[in-house]
Design a binder for this molecule. Structure first.
Ligand SMILES: [Zn+2]
Length: 218
């Protein structure tokens, strides 16, 4: 099973490219606080991919922006398709390992398969089913997908609904394809520093078809 799920270098190279593009788009809008010019203030992270996505560990740069205006200098964190908040594991692992925990009926067997600690899987499960449903991102995802994924079965329900949508559109639907679509949907909640992240991300990402989105960018 794990063999089919594994996400390679190309997958993370592409997500990194998308993150770079997102950062450029955010930079073009200027500082949200003062309208000043935004400069790159990237930093390094130590992403973990567990057994599923070791390739992610080679892409450590978190794109970030800094206001250049004296007296402001505030940081703006663009949305990301790779990093879900401050979690050390990349988003694709947070999603797939949590789905596997539901499919296998518990964190213990999922931990054995994915090499993610049981307590980490439990924390993610709580986030998916208790914290994420309260977010604006979830309200938007629910409105976009009809029928909407069952809240009590998150994130498995989200994964399966995306898979159905991709199948209906005739798109490729490997775990990587599902993760890309999930990353687009979840992007607004990967940063708190852009109050209008939802609107922004929707405009840039959600209005594109999966085909357009998975095409290599020029
Ligand atoms: Zn500023």
């Amino acid at each position: 099973m794990l063999h089919d799920l594994r996400l390679g270098v190309e997958f993370f190279a592409w997500l990194t490219e998308m993150d770079h593009k997102l950062a450029k788009w955010v930079a073009a809008g200027g500082c949200h606080y003062c309208g000043g010019r935004l400069h790159q203030g990237n930093y390094r992270r130590k992403p973990r991919g567990a057994k599923l996505a070791g390739a992610a560990e080679g892409f450590a740069r978190r794109y970030s922006l800094c206001c250049g205006r004296r007296g402001c200098r505030r940081r703006t964190l663009p949305p990301s398709l790779r990093f879900l908040g401050r979690r050390v594991y990349v988003e694709a692992v947070v999603l797939i390992a949590s789905v596997v925990a539901l499919l296998l009926g518990g964190e213990r067997p999922a931990s054995d398969v994915m090499a993610v600690p049981v307590r980490t899987l439990k924390r993610w499960g709580t986030w998916w089913r208790e914290i994420f449903p309260q977010s604006r991102t979830w309200q938007e995802v629910r409105a976009l997908m009809v029928p909407s994924p069952a809240e009590a079965l998150l994130p498995r329900s989200l994964y399966e609904r995306i898979d159905q949508e991709l199948a209906r559109g005739g798109s490729a639907r490997s775990p990587g394809d599902v993760c890309v679509t999930a990353a687009r949907l979840l992007a607004p909640c990967t940063t708190l520093s852009l109050p209008d992240a939802s609107r922004f991300v929707r405009r840039l990402l959600l209005e594109r078809t999966p085909e357009q989105l998975t095409q290599k960018m020029a």
